[in-house]
Design a protein around this ligand. Structure first.
Ligand SMILES: [Zn+2]
Ligand SMILES: [Zn+2]
Ligand SMILES: [Zn+2]
Length: 115
């Protein structure tokens, strides 16, 4: 069941195999694993692509480069949403609260952000 999250940029939905209130999940739960990504296919935030694959019941659709100004990354610490462009340029640190994001996520960007 997706949960409703109130962010400074509006109400969003978060689903996944969450393990805490900062968007860590059963797959990625180290200290800096605190972002969720909004999937274009279902307009829902998930902590990772595996959560989406296990729970969504459909194929993930990737964001296209022309859509990088969409709010699609949620900071699990302060619940601010970032655009994809802001996230990719943030140096693995939340621009709103300074929380550290896991730099290893960049190895998986192709599973979320297309061309
Ligand atoms: Zn989806
Ligand atoms: Zn996950
Ligand atoms: Zn933050």
């Amino acid at each position: 069941m997706a949960q409703k999250i109130i962010t400074p940029q509006g109400v969003v939905y978060l689903d996944g195999r969450l393990t805490d209130g900062q968007t860590r999940c059963v797959h990625y739960h180290s200290g800096p694993d605190v972002i969720a990504i909004r999937f274009k296919c279902c307009n829902t935030y998930y902590p990772c692509y595996q959560c989406h694959a296990e729970l969504a019941g459909h194929e993930a659709r990737l964001w296209e480069k022309a859509e990088y100004r969409q709010l699609a990354v949620l900071c699990g610490v302060c619940k601010n949403q970032l655009t994809i462009a802001q996230y990719l340029a943030c140096g693995n640190k939340c621009p709103a609260c300074g929380a550290a994001f896991n730099p290893n996520c960049s190895r998986h960007h192709h599973l979320y952000f297309g061309t």
